[in-house]
Write a new protein. Structure first.
Length: 67
């Protein structure tokens, strides 16, 4: 995602959501969006095998309730 694409996306999304953003605000949000997209791209490029996935959800053993 380049700077112009990010700004265009932020401007379009803010209009759709009826969020009044100034040009400066749009630029700052676009910078954060680009940074987030770069982080996501780095994470997506890392291949994971099934054994790299986290274990199943932790389910604590039931405990006795006071009666």
């Amino acid at each position: 995602m380049n700077e112009q694409d990010a700004r265009s996306y932020v401007a379009a999304a803010s209009r759709l959501l009826d969020l009044p953003l100034t040009g400066d605000h749009t630029a700052r949000v676009a910078v954060h969006l680009q940074r987030t997209a770069d982080i996501a791209a780095a994470l997506e490029s890392f291949s994971l095998a099934p054994h790299d996935e986290p274990a199943e959800l932790f389910n604590p053993a039931p405990f006795d309730q006071p009666r």
